[in-house]
Design a protein around this ligand. Structure first.
Ligand SMILES: Cc1cc2nc3c(=O)[nH]c(=O)nc-3n(C[C@H](O)[C@H](O)[C@H](O)COP(=O)(O)OP(=O)(O)OC[C@H]3O[C@@H](n4cnc5c(N)ncnc54)[C@H](O)[C@@H]3O)c2cc1C
Length: 371
């Protein structure tokens, strides 16, 4: 079988890329699973990205216009008039994108695992059958433990984290707000989130240790026995290099195009997929990484901010909450916050002379990491 482009991995990013390329090229998508959207994922995507990328409206299950931040003893909230993020059903999102790609001519191989390259061809396995696909260009969109990345010798020193998420029955009155809890005594690796799907159902999750999630569920007065779905997955926060080598490129989680502060990867992966599609269509694939420079910058900044977060103790977090819940800070955050761009808001906070003076008293390390 001969294709112009073979995409390994039919997750959200691979399928989105297939919709962009299938109009121009003969495209194959190789996916090891037999259906879409089984992955652990809260499915929160910035509204600006979602609209800009023209993603399917029918996948949206909730619209979020604010966040309530909790520490062990304090809380503050950030809100906007319009929705800032959407919560999506991953199965519908991935499936609609795959359907669109197929209508545009892409050919899908489900239940088919990529095993490696041999003589420029992709070796695939479907049940007991092994076969080859030959393409002029290959894309690894095969997730965080990418086999394609391994095959091209891409290197990383990323921090790999396990993520745990439940859907739980409870009472969630503020449907358009997500709750973010930072309590290092319960989990020193990451925050906890509660994202409501409707008044009586929410997705609750964290990264780090599995038992931390259940300790949080108890502390938040939710009932462990009200869990109706449990999923686990992994992310990796860091840099994987290179994103392109010869006629093979990596995109999405395979390239670790993941926001280091929230571990969200769908929007960055799709923005980079768009950049990759443009560079291929223009016949200049080597420009792919350059076209992603804004996202690369966000990731590098986010990694530094994550280092700072990991070095803070709960006492420092409580002091930072006092600063962040002040009128000055809320104003800065509400003026600058963009769901998929964290650097802008953090930089605005530390450029505010009054706030910077206070933050420096809590953590002088901010100079080393962020200034
Ligand atoms: C608990 C949790 C919550 C999350 N919440 C969010 C969130 O709210 N918002 C957000 O943006 N991100 C979130 N993420 C991250 C998000 O899930 C990923 O960033 C996103 O799935 C990346 O999409 P992708 O298409 O690059 O990779 P994947 O979704 O991993 O898709 C890769 C595909 O490749 C296939 N594959 C793998 N290996 C092979 C092979 N050898 N051969 C063939 N096929 C193969 C897999 O079956 C899979 O379908 C969360 C992650 C976790 C773990």
């Amino acid at each position: 079988m001969k294709y112009d482009i073979a995409i390994i991995g039919g997750g959200p990013v691979g399928n989105y890329l297939a919709t962009l390329l299938a109009r121009h090229y003969r495209v194959a998508v190789i996916e090891s699973k037999s259906s879409f959207g089984e992955k652990a994922c809260t499915g929160i995507i910035g509204a600006e990205s979602y609209n800009g990328l023209n993603l399917p409206r029918e996948a949206i299950i909730n619209r979020l216009r604010g966040a309530v931040f909790y520490s062990k003893t304090q809380r503050f909230e950030i809100k906007r008039k319009e929705p800032q993020a959407y919560m999506v059903d991953r199965k519908i999102l991935e499936r609609r994108l795959a359907e669109k790609a197929v209508r545009r001519g892409a050919e899908y191989y489900l239940n088919t695992r990529f095993l490696g390259f041999r003589n420029g061809k992709a070796i695939l396995q479907r049940f007991n059958e092994r076969f080859e696909v030959n393409a002029d260009f290959y894309v690894g969109a095969d997730g965080v433990n990418s086999k394609v990345a391994q095959e091209i010798g891409a290197k990383t020193n990323a921090e790999f984290l396990s993520g745990y998420e439940v859907e739980i029955v409870g009472e969630f009155e503020r449907l358009d707000f997500v709750e973010l809890w930072i309590n290092k005594e319960l989990n020193d690796e990451f925050f906890f989130w509660i994202a409501p799907m409707n008044e009586s159902l929410a997705r609750v999750g964290t990264f780090g240790r599995f038992d931390a999630l259940f300790r949080f569920i108890k502390a938040r007065m939710l009932k462990e026995t009200n869990v109706v779905e449990f999923k686990a997955g992994s992310v990796a926060l860091g840099i994987r290099k290179p994103w392109i080598k010869g006629n093979v490129a990596l995109v999405g989680d395979a390239a670790l195009q993941i926001k280091p502060l929230t571990a969200g990867g769908i929007a960055y992966g799709m923005h980079c997929a768009y950049a990759l599609a443009c560079s291929l269509i223009n016949g200049r694939p080597w420009e792919y990484e350059k076209l992603c420079k804004d996202i690369k910058r966000e990731i590098s900044f986010g990694l530094k901010a994550r280092k700072l977060f990991k070095n803070l103790n709960q006492e420092q977090i409580e002091k930072l909450f006092e600063i962040l819940s002040s009128k000055d800070a809320i104003e800065v955050i509400e003026d600058t916050a963009e769901f998929d761009k964290h650097a802008k808001t953090i930089k605005a906070l530390i450029k505010h002379p009054k706030l910077l003076a206070k933050i420096l008293k809590v953590t002088p390390m901010i100079i080393r990491y962020l200034l």
